[in-house]
Design a protein around this ligand. Sequence first.
Ligand SMILES: N[C@@H](CCC(=O)N[C@@H](CS)C(=O)NCC(=O)O)C(=O)O
Length: 258
Amino acid sequence: MTTSDPGVELLQFPYSHFNEKARWALDWKRVPHLRTHLLPGTHAGTVRKRTGQTMVPVVRLGEEHVPGSARIIDELERRYPEPPLYPKDPELRRRALEIQERFDEEFGPRIRQALFSVLIDEPGYVCRMFASPHPWPVRAFYRAIFPIGRIQIRRAYHFDDPQEVTRAHAATRAALDFVATEAGPTGALAGDEFSVADLAAAALLAPAANPPDSPMTRPEPMPKSVRRWTEQWQDHPGVAWVHASYRRHRSPSAEVRT
Ligand SMILES: N[C@@H](CCC(=O)N[C@@H](CS)C(=O)NCC(=O)O)C(=O)O
């Protein structure tokens, strides 16, 4: 560790809802950390070398690498208990973790699939979303190799089956319905206080809600297809819930810039 290394590092894609979960947790707990931006596709080698698997987010805590947003939050909660993300009451904690798991396993991947069903035909915009923190030669390289990435995306999200897109949209709507109906009088999903349940649901719904002035605000101008996709959800009360959660609880960045 050097003097400018706070000992905590987030390996991430800047536009990614699972990465936003980990980023929000680090910011919420005011943990000073470095952010290493990786490019989806070319990230695999770096992440595999460090963790033996390819998915981000990964958080390095000292010498230890922790992959997976739920595991990261669990580890942050243990090392940095204040302010808490887990409710104290055991029953509320169980409920909060159950909601996180439902968003992680069921809704989150489908919301991403729904967004990619329109992004796949907007290569220039995809490159802006994912490669913007990188210098222009990297951006130009990324744009040039995107046709290969596009084939992989089509395969990974099963876009040759139109039913898959229908299912992805239905799950996005179900996730918005869930937060709109489950939120209590304070807006929280488990008890009265902001918890891991709210963080997970708001971060994983961010692609549909496009919360303003946040790390998940999409670059403007959006292509027409992406704007149409985004606007279709905007009057849903679930979107109002995501916007309110970001406004009230999305802490400023605790990133350390070297
Ligand atoms: N369940 C994981 C999901 C993480 C995930 O899906 N990460 C995606 C980006 S959003 C990824 O790294 N994809 C690239 C890969 O699988 O190599 C979590 O909660 O962190």
